[in-house]
Structure formats: C-alpha cells, structure tokens
Ligand binder design. Structure first.
Ligand SMILES: NC(=O)c1ccc[n+]([C@@H]2O[C@H](COP(=O)([O-])OP(=O)(O)OC[C@H]3O[C@@H](n4cnc5c(N)ncnc54)[C@H](OP(=O)(O)O)[C@@H]3O)[C@@H](O)[C@H]2O)c1
Length: 353
C-alpha cells in the first residue's frame, strides 16, 4: 500500500474530527490518523460523542499491532488525564507509537500535558502541522476554553432593507423554508440557544432543533436560555414545554449589569460553567445590540431575504454606535445562497482598545 505524508494525514484527521461537531461538547472535536513506519494508514478515528472513546483510542483499536513504531497524527494534543476514558498519552505509549504529530496544543489545564508525558517516554512530538485549519475546525471549543466563556454566534434574519419585522409586527416568515431549516441545523451544532424575553413575548418561539418538515426533534437539544431580567416569561410559553432544558436567566439569579438588566458577561460565565462551549444568540434586536455593544459576539450569521418592507423594526437595535466611525466592522468569511435567501457569515474585527 502507498504511504501518505503527515500533512495529508492531518488533512484527513481534521476532516474526521469535524464529524463530531455538535455531539462532543463540552469536549472538543478531535480526529486521529495512525501511520505505520512506511506511512501507510493503519487506523483512523474521531471523538464522536461525549463520554465516548477519544479519537486516538478508536484509531489504535483499528490498527492493533500495526501501530507499533508508527506515527499518530492528531488534531489536538492527546489528553493526559483520566476522565471518562483513560489518558490517551498512556495508550499511545503502550501501543509503541514512535512519533506524535499534533496540530494544536490543548489549552485545557485539566487535560493538557500529553506532549510532556509522551516526550518523557521517548516519543518524538511535533506541533503545528495544519494548525490554522485544525484551529478553525475547533474554534468554538478552543476559544471558550482559553477565555472561560462560550463562543457566541449571533444569528438573525432580515429583509434586504434590514427589517426584522413589518410595521404591524408580523415577522413570520421573513426567510424561506430552506433558510429556516439551515437555522435548525445550526442549532444542532451548539450547546445553547439564547433569546431575549422580548422575542419570547412577541413570537413565542420553541427554540428547539427539529426537522421542520415532520416536526421531529433532534436527539441532542441545546439548552434554551431566555434573558429575562424580571422573570416575565409566561408560564405557558413554548420555551417551557419540556421538549428541551430551559433556563430563564433573571437578574435575581445572574446579577445586574450597569443598566439594571441581566449582566451579560456573568450570564456567559455561568453558561461556560454549565458546560456550554458554543451558543447561538437568536435575538431579538435589543438583546443582540447589547451583546454586540459589549463586544461579546464572535460570529455573525445573517439570513437576508429578497424582500423589502420600508418600515418596521430593524434587525439590530442600540449596539452602542452613534457615529459612523464607531460602526462595528465585520469581515465577511462566507456568502452562500440558501433557498431564495443569502446566508452571510462575518467575523467582528477586534476593536482598538
Ligand atoms: N429577525 C430576526 O432574526 C429576529 C429574531 C428574534 C426576534 N425578532 C423580533 O424582535 C422583536 C423583539 O425584539 P426586542 O428587542 O423587544 O426583544 P429581545 O431583544 O428578544 O429582548 C429584549 C429584552 O431582553 C431583556 N434583557 C435582559 N437583559 C438584557 C440586557 N442585558 N440587554 C438587553 N436586553 C436585556 C430586556 O427585557 P427585561 O429587562 O424585561 O428583561 C429587553 O427588553 C420581535 O418582534 C421579534 O419578532 C426578530
């Protein structure tokens, strides 16, 4: 069999790791490819779900004795601690792996140290192969572990003239069914969906991840979070329907920010504490404005419909901008047509301090 380069193996490991997106949290997504001494692929694995075997363990089981003297190519530094599974560093040493090539070091103080353990056992360890690509595949987890609060995606839907509802308040549906299905797929990749009480009172959304055609719920549901300073969420609101876990985050529980409403950094810190690594902010415009003004949004996903309203509420309210020089600058990273709409993905540029 023909051998492959370490670079090629890492490309494959990143591809494998991505299969775990949405089911591994609060763990990262990880992919692993094992090469024998001739560079032939003898094992592949990825971390598929929380509590399941790590990528290295899956790949080692596949390779068996063929792993001895070989190279492990892993997207993230192998763990060094005993959690639900034993340390991967020890498993690699026991299997006789001679070299470990890692894309990104593990920022998690509880699990890191795998590289040092491997080196102490005489294994060659290298970092940095396709690091940017591997980082991008794990961006939510890595970002949240490094700074202690979730990676936050603000998603909104608007008309081409930036309206989120008509003048009479009607807003269902601005975008096409295809775009709404895309949103449900997005919900399936995050650990929490956040909405303001204004949206709950106006639209009574379910905020579950489901198949729009037949209404069936995805197996793994994100935590539903209503940001509701005074606890105004009605007792019969759909978010309380039991289809998924719900947290009504009030000032009494989270604390108040300078404006007397729910303290947003404290809310995110509490979500991190509850194991949320990626969260989807679904609005509405006022809550989104507050998160953006505080610099807490990591990615913007806008669904723009080919409609014009000319009046009605805008997709964003009060983001702390009063003059054009203070506009929140974005870098567009993707534009995709979804049904009859456009999905625009953009990253806020870091502001000068
Ligand atoms: N097009 C879209 O993508 C989209 C998405 C969602 C909603 N919408 C539309 O948006 C409209 C509702 O807008 P909205 O602005 O009233 O609702 P919202 O942004 O969902 O909720 C705003 C409310 O959140 C509460 N809140 C708690 N802590 C806050 C904080 N730190 N900062 C800001 N708000 C905080 C406030 O009420 P308390 O102080 O009482 O807690 C505030 O009035 C609806 O018509 C809905 O259809 C559109």
């Amino acid at each position: 069999m023909v051998g492959v380069s370490v670079d090629e193996a890492m490309r494959r490991a990143i591809e494998l790791g991505a299969r775990g997106l949405g089911t591994t949290s609060p763990n990262p997504v990880v992919g692993c490819v094992l090469l024998d001494a001739d560079g032939v692929v003898v094992g592949e694995g990825f971390h598929a779900y929380t509590g399941g075997p790590h990528a290295e363990i899956v790949a080692l089981a596949q390779a068996g004795e063929r792993a001895r003297g070989g190279t492990a190519v892993v997207t993230l530094e192998p763990c060094d601690h005993t959690g639900r599974t034993g340390p991967c560093s020890h498993a690699l040493i026991r299997a006789g792996i001679a070299r470990v090539v890692i894309a990104v070091p593990d920022p998690n103080p509880v699990a890191s140290g795998g590289a040092a353990t491997l080196r102490a056992a005489g294994v060659r360890v290298e970092f940095g192969v396709r690091a940017d690509e591997a980082e991008a595949g794990n961006v939510a987890w890595l970002t949240s572990m490094r700074r202690g609060w979730p990676y936050l995606i603000w998603k909104y839907a608007a008309t081409l003239d930036g309206r989120s509802a008509a003048a009479d308040g009607s807003s269902m549906w601005i975008t096409s069914e295809a775009a709404r299905m895309d949103v449900h797929a997005l919900r399936g990749t995050v650990d929490a969906v956040i909405a303001g009480v204004g949206t709950v009172l106006a639209d009574d959304p379910r905020l579950t991840a489901r198949n729009l055609r037949d209404g069936t719920l995805a197996i793994r549901q994100p935590l539903r979070v209503v940001v509701d300073s005074a606890g105004r969420t009605p007792a019969d609101a759909r978010v309380r329907d039991g289809a998924a876990r719900t947290w009504i985050a009030t000032v009494a529980e989270v604390g108040a920010g300078p404006d007397g409403r729910v303290d947003l950094p404290a809310l995110l810190a509490e979500l991190h504490h509850r194991g949320v690594r990626a969260a989807l902010l679904e609005g509405g415009p006022r809550l989104a404005g507050a998160f953006l003004a505080a610099g807490l949004v990591d990615r913007v996903v806008g669904y723009v419909a080919p409609k014009l309203l000319g009046a009605g509420p805008t997709a964003l309210v009060d983001a702390g901008v009063t003059t054009i020089a203070d506009a929140i600058d974005l870098e567009i990273t993707d534009v995709t047509r979804v049904g009859s709409d456009l999905r625009i993905t953009a990253l806020p540029r870091k502001r000068e301090a």
